[in-house]
Design a protein around this ligand. Structure first.
Ligand code: MLT
Length: 256
C-alpha cells in the first residue's frame, strides 16, 4: 500500500506529486485546502515512504492510487490533481477509472508522451544516478524545477526541494524515469473530458513552457486555466497563496 498523508473532511481530493519529490511537496496546501476537502496525499511508488513496484509504470502508479482509495473506503468519485509526473498519473487514473473521477487538476504537466529524444535523455539520467547518486540529478534538475524568481527570492525553497529529493531512494527514482519514458500519449483524452478540469502553470516554467499549458487547456472542453505569475515548474510551492486560492475556489465549485 502507498504511504500517504491525510487532512480535512468532505469530498476526497487526491494530489499526486512531481518527480523526483514526494507527497511532502503538498505541505503548503494542507492548511488552506483541508477546509474544502479530505486531502489524500500519497507518496507514489518508490518515492517517500512508499515501496517500489515490481514492474514500474505510470498505469501501475494509477492502480496503486485506486487501491489506496479502496483501502481508505473512498468509493465515491474524487478530485484528482497531479503536478507534472503526478499529472501523467492523474491522466492515467482518469483513463482507467473514469467513474472514480469527479474533477481533474493538471498542474505543470503535459498530455503528450515522451519524444524519442526525451526517452534517450531519461536513460542517460538514469545511468548518471546509478553512477553518481541523486546529487547529480539535483544539479541537473533544480534550474528546471524552480523559477528564477523563487531561486532569487526564496533560497529556502531550493534547500527544501533538495532535501526532499535526497530523502528518496535512487532505485525508486530510476524506476520512475523508466515509467515516464514508457507512458502513453494522453492527448486523445483531452477533447473527451466530461468532468470539470483545472489547468495551472507558472509563467517561469522552463520545463513545460506556459504556452504549452495554454494549448492543452484550450483542447479540454469547459476547463479553466490559472497562470501563476513568477512561478516556475513547482507552482504549488513557489506560489502557494495564489495556487491555494485557485484550487480552493475550484474545489468549492465542485461540491455544488
Ligand atoms: C516532474 O516534475 O514531475 C518531471 O519533471 C516530469 C518529467 O520529467 O517529465
Amino acid at each position: 500500500m502507498l504511504a500517504y498523508e491525510e487532512a480535512g473532511r468532505g469530498p476526497a481530493a487526491v494530489l499526486l506529486h512531481a518527480f523526483p519529490l514526494s507527497g511532502e511537496m503538498w505541505r503548503p496546501q494542507i492548511q488552506a485546502l483541508a477546509r474544502h476537502a479530505r486531502l489524500v496525499l500519497p507518496d507514489l511508488p518508490g518515492f517517500g515512504r512508499s515501496p517500489r513496484q515490481k514492474t514500474p509504470s505510470v498505469p501501475a502508479m494509477a492502480q496503486a492510487v485506486a487501491e489506496l482509495l479502496d483501502q481508505l473506503g473512498i468509493r465515491e468519485p474524487v478530485f484528482i490533481g497531479g503536478l507534472s509526473m503526478g499529472g501523467y498519473a492523474a491522466f492515467e487514473f482518469a483513463r482507467q477509472f473514469p467513474e472514480r473521477v469527479r474533477g481533474l487538476g493538471l498542474f505543470s504537466t503535459r498530455a503528450a508522451a515522451d519524444t524519442e529524444e526525451a526517452k534517450v535523455k531519461r536513460m542517460k539520467t538514469s545511468a548518471l544516478i546509478q553512477e553518481a547518486g541523486l546529487e547529480s540529478l539535483i544539479q541537473a534538475m533544480i534550474p528546471n524545477l524552480l523559477g528564477i524568481t523563487t531561486r532569487k527570492t526564496h533560497p529556502e525553497t531550493e534547500v527544501w526541494v533538495r532535501e526532499m529529493i535526497l530523502r528518496n531512494e535512487a532505485g525508486g527514482v530510476t524506476d520512475a524515469l523508466k515509467a515516464m519514458a514508457e507512458r502513453r500519449d494522453s492527448s486523445p483524452l483531452l477533447s473527451s473530458m466530461r468532468v470539470p478540469v483545472m489547468v495551472a502553470a507558472g509563467d517561469e516554467d522552463l520545463f513545460i513552457p506556459w504556452e504549452e499549458s495554454e494549448t492543452m487547456q484550450r483542447a479540454i472542453p469547459g476547463s479553466v486555466l490559472t497562470r501563476l505569475q513568477g512561478a516556475g515548474h513547482l507552482v504549488n510551492l513557489e506560489s502557494p497563496e495564489a495556487f491555494n486560492e485557485a484550487l480552493g475556489f475550484f474545489l468549492k465549485r465542485l461540491e455544488v
